[in-house]
Ligand binder design. Structure first.
Ligand code: HEC
Length: 259
């Protein structure tokens, strides 16, 4: 009885020792943990990386890293495949398998520059010293921040919804229109996986207080859509006294413009 008790307590003792050791190791690791959010590359490095990325990677992963024939290198996909791992995992993936049509064809410093560019595009800040090959396995990848949408400017490709109204001298206007939002030209990949037509997405959009003079509306049988709620995509042209839009898509959202 008492032997059995002693045995058990020794087991407990060993177990507690184990816990203490594990806890020490754990806090040790926490102290050294450095993540990609800690400024692990420089701006100059990311700028060099952007140039090589453009030349060697953007053809498949797109200039904005949004993904084309190759997967997106940002947002959820980036987090799913790389968050929680060390930066060496990402580096090794790229330096041994990419560009996919010429794996390993770039030099180590060039691959490091590209990693810096990818980190920057995922919203991680630059720091004081360059990313080096030695440091890679001590840096942990965490999920990035999505980039804010680009500001709407002159000649942006935008989408608005509004009421089609006849203007003076055979012109056509979109009145009570929504604020313009940047619309992205669908890539072939995105188009095949996104079946919702623009009109369906736009149906949910609210009218606003903007007015747009539509250029070349005559080509879209405007008489038949007079007074209807329309979704329009095209280039925005801002003049001192009015906003104009070219038309690249013109879809009816609702047969009347009351909301
Ligand atoms: C010819 C097309 C092509 C080129 C060029 C290319 N890639 Fe890729 N890339 C792919 C494809 C396809 C995949 C998915 C299959 C795979 O993981 O190997 C991929 C996967 C990746 C992945 C893994 C993404 C993930 O979430 O699993 C990374 C990172 C990557 N590429 C980075 C790059 C970089 C950096 C370059 C330029 C140096 C580059 N790629 C050039 C086609 C390409």
């Amino acid at each position: 009885m008492s032997r059995a008790f002693r045995f058990r307590s020794r087991e407990t003792f060993i177990f507690v020792c184990g816990l203490v050791l594990a806890a020490t190791a754990y806090t040790g690791a926490q102290d050294n943990a450095r993540t990609v959010a800690a400024g692990v590359y420089t701006d100059a490095q990311a700028e060099r990386g952007a140039l090589t990325y453009e030349a060697s990677c953007s053809g498949c992963h797109r200039a904005d890293l949004g993904g084309g024939t190759g997967p997106a290198l940002t947002d959820r996909r980036f987090a799913r495949d790389f968050a929680g791992k060390d930066l060496k995992t990402l580096f090794t993936k790229i330096s041994t398998t990419m560009p996919r049509n010429a794996a390993g064809s770039l030099s180590e410093p060039v691959y490091l520059d590209i990693v810096a560019h990818i980190l920057k595009e995922n919203g991680f800040p630059a720091g004081q010293s360059e990313l080096t090959a030695d440091g890679l396995d001590g840096i942990q990848v965490v999920a990035g921040k999505p980039k804010p949408p680009p500001p709407v400017g002159d000649f942006s490709y935008v989408e608005v919804v509004g009421c089609l109204t006849a203007g003076p001298q055979n012109t056509w206007m979109l009145t009570r229109a929504s604020e313009p939002v940047v619309a992205f030209l669908a890539s072939p990949v995105a188009a095949s996986s996104a079946p919702a037509p623009p009109a369906e997405i736009a149906a949910a959009k609210r009218l606003g207080t903007e007015t747009f003079h539509l250029l070349d509306a005559m080509a879209y049988a405007p008489e038949t859509h007079k007074g209807q709620k329309m979704a329009v995509r095209g280039l925005l042209i801002k003049l001192a006294d009015e906003q104009r839009m070219t038309i690249s898509s013109f879809d009816m959202v609702a047969a009347s413009c009351s909301e």
